[in-house]
Design a protein around this ligand. Structure first.
Ligand code: SAH
Ligand code: SF4
Ligand code: F3S
Length: 474
C-alpha cells in the first residue's frame, strides 16, 4: 500500500494553501432510485467535503466510489451487483499502481442487505444506510484501518443535525432548483413495497431546520425548491406554541422566504391529502400547479390487496376537490401492473381510472416481487408476458395523455424558470409550472430568472417557446 495517499493534509495547511494539498481526495457518487437518493447523494458529498473530498464526474480519477442504491424493484437491486463487479476489477488495477481506491455502498440496498453485500462483494469497504450517512467519514477512517464497516442501525441522533451545511459555491454549482428532504420513512406498508423496511418509520424534520436550509439555498441563488418525503404530505410538526402543524403550514411559511419563487412537493399519499393542503393549492401562487399523487391501480379489489386503504372512487373524488381548488393543476401518478391476483378485468379498471383522471405525466411499472414484503407470499402471481402486455397498453394510453397535455399548452403564455444552457447555442432550457422542459432563445446569463414565454411547439420530451416581453421578475 502506498501510505501517503491516505493521510489527509493537516487542517491548517489546507486552510491556508488548498492548492498545495497533494492528497485532496476525489469521490464519484453514482445515484440510483428516487429524488430522495439524489438529495442524499448531495448531502453525502457535503459530509465528505468536511474530510477534504471533492466530488468528481469522472470515475477514473476517483479515490472513492460511492453507490447510492435503490431496492424498489429487483432490477434496481441487481444493477448494484453488476456495478460492484466492475469496481472490483478497478480496485485490483489501482492496488497494482499502489493507489487508494475505496468502494462504498449506501442507500436502500445497503439498508436492506447490510452484511450480505460484503459477503457477496468482498471488495466493498463500507456499507452505510440512509439514516447513518453522516457517519460516513468515520466509517471510511475505520475502513482505512482494515475494518469492513457495515453501519445500518437506525441512528438515534438526527443525521441532519450532524451534517455540515452545504457550501454556498457548491449549492450554486448544483443549479437554481433544489430538493429539500422534509420527511423520511413510511408507515403505510403497501404490500408490494420495501420502503417501510429500507427507510424506517415516518419521521419529520423540525420546521426551523427546514426553513434555515431553505434560506441557505435561496441565499445561494436557488429559485425553486421541491420538498421531498416518501410520504411528504404526512409531514407533521409543532409550531412554537405546541400546536400540531402539517405540510400546508410548512408551505405557507416557506412562501414567505424572500427570493424563493417556486415550491413543489413529492411524493404524496392520497390518504394524507387534507383540506388545508388542498386549500394551499388554491391560495399559494408560489405552489406550482402540479401534483404527483400515485394511485397504483384502478380496481378496488387490487387496491385493497395492496393495502392502499382507499377505493378508486375515493381517489377520483379527491382529484375533483383538488381540481376545483386549483383548476389548472396537472396530475401525475404511479402505476403497477400485474400485482398478484390482478385479472384482465382489474386491469381494465386501471385503464378506466387513467381515462377518467387524464394524467399530464405518469410512471408505470411491472410488479416486482420483493422478498420480505407481504405481496411476495400472495398466490396467483401474474405471468411475465401478461405483465409486459398490460404495461405496453397502459403506457400507450399514458403517453397519449402526456402528448395531448403538451399539445394543449401550445399558444399559452406561461412563466418559465430558466434553468440551464440548451443544446443549441443561444438556447436555454427552463421549466414550465407543470414541470415540462421548455426550450427558448435566451442568454445563459438569464439562468435563474423567470420570464414570460409563449409555447409555440412540442417535441418528443420538451416544448418550444418564444419570449413574449421583457423580463418579469417574481
Ligand atoms: N411513497 C410513494 C412511492 C414510493 S416508490 C407512494 O406511496 O406512492 C415509487 C413507486 O415505485 C411506487 O409508487 C410504485 O408505483 C413503484 N413500486 C414500488 N414497489 C414496487 C414493486 N414491488 N414493483 C413494482 N413497482 C413498485
Ligand atoms: Fe411504499 Fe406505500 Fe409507503 Fe409509498 S406509501 S413508500 S408505496 S409503502
Ligand atoms: Fe429506491 Fe429507496 Fe427511493 S428503495 S425508490 S431509493 S426510497
Amino acid at each position: 500500500m502506498n501510505e501517503h495517499v491516505s493521510i489527509p493534509a493537516p487542517a491548517n495547511e489546507a486552510a491556508h494553501c488548498p492548492d498545495s494539498r497533494p492528497n485532496t481526495r476525489k469521490v464519484f457518487i453514482k445515484t440510483y432510485g428516487c429524488q430522495m437518493n439524489v438529495y442524499d447523494s448531495t448531502r453525502m458529498g457535503d459530509a465528505l467535503a468536511g474530510e477534504g473530498y471533492v466530488t468528481t464526474e469522472d470515475m477514473g480519477e476517483a479515490d472513492l466510489v460511492l453507490l447510492n442504491t435503490c431496492h424498489i424493484r429487483e432490477k434496481a437491486a441487481e444493477k448494484v451487483y453488476s456495478a460492484l463487479g466492475r469496481l472490483r476489477d478497478m480496485k485490483k488495477e489501482r492496488a497494482a499502481e499502489g493507489r487508494e481506491f475505496m468502494i462504498g455502498v449506501a442507500g436502500c440496498v445497503a439498508q436492506a442487505e447490510g452484511e450480505e453485500i460484503i459477503r457477496r462483494a468482498p471488495a466493498v469497504d463500507v456499507v452505510i444506510g440512509p439514516q447513518t450517512y453522516h457517519r460516513l467519514p468515520d466509517a471510511l477512517k475505520k475502513a482505512r484501518n482494515g475494518e469492513r464497516v457495515v453501519d445500518t442501525e437506525y441512528a438515534v441522533e438526527d443525521k441532519f443535525e450532524h451534517l455540515p451545511a452545504t457550501e454556498k459555491k457548491v449549492i450554486r454549482s448544483r443549479g437554481v432548483t433544489s430538493f429539500l428532504t422534509v420527511q423520511e420513512g413510511c408507515d403505510k406498508f403497501c404490500t408490494f413495497c420495501v420502503v417501510p423496511y429500507t427507510r424506517g418509520s415516518e419521521v419529520s424534520r423540525p420546521i426551523g431546520q427546514i426553513i434555515d436550509e431553505a434560506k441557505r439555498l435561496v441565499d445561494a441563488g436557488v429559485r425553486e425548491i421541491t420538498l421531498l418525503g416518501q410520504n411528504v404530505n404526512a409531514w407533521a410538526s409543532e409550531d412554537g406554541k405546541g400546536n400540531a402543524i402539517g405540510l400546508a403550514d410548512l408551505l405557507y411559511r416557506l412562501a414567505d422566504v424572500p427570493g424563493l419563487a417556486r415550491l413543489r412537493y413529492t411524493t404524496s399519499h392520497p390518504r394524507d391529502m387534507d383540506d388545508r393542503l388542498i386549500n394551499a393549492h388554491r391560495d399559494l401562487r408560489i405552489l406550482m400547479p402540479y401534483l404527483h399523487l400515485p394511485v397504483q391501480a384502478g380496481s378496488d379489489r387490487i387496491l385493497k390487496a395492496m393495502n392502499r386503504r382507499h377505493t378508486g372512487a375515493e381517489y377520483l373524488a379527491l382529484i375533483e376537490r383538488i381540481r376545483s381548488a386549483r383548476p389548472d393543476i396537472a396530475m401525475s401518478g404511479d402505476f403497477i401492473v400485474g400485482f398478484p391476483g390482478e385479472t384482465d378485468q382489474d386491469f381494465e379498471d386501471t385503464l378506466r381510472m387513467v381515462e377518467e383522471v387524464n394524467y399530464a405525466s405518469a410512471f408505470s411499472f411491472k410488479y416486482s416481487s420483493r422478498p420480505g414484503t407481504p405481496g411476495a407470499d400472495l398466490p396467483d402471481h401474474v405471468a411475465e408476458e401478461v405483465k409486459t402486455e398490460r404495461l405496453e397498453r397502459l403506457q400507450a394510453l399514458l403517453l397519449k395523455q402526456q402528448a395531448d397535455f403538451a399539445t394543449s399548452c401550445v399558444g399559452k403564455t406561461i412563466d418559465l424558470l430558466l434553468e440551464k444552457p440548451g443544446r443549441m447555442p443561444g438556447q436555454v432550457i427552463g421549466r414550465s409550472p407543470w414541470l415540462q422542459s421548455v426550450n427558448v432563445d435566451a442568454k445563459t446569463s438569464q439562468i435563474g430568472e423567470i420570464i414570460s414565454v409563449r409555447i409555440i411547439g412540442t417535441g418528443p420530451n420538451s416544448l418550444f417557446a418564444e419570449p413574449v416581453e421583457s423580463l418579469i421578475e417574481v
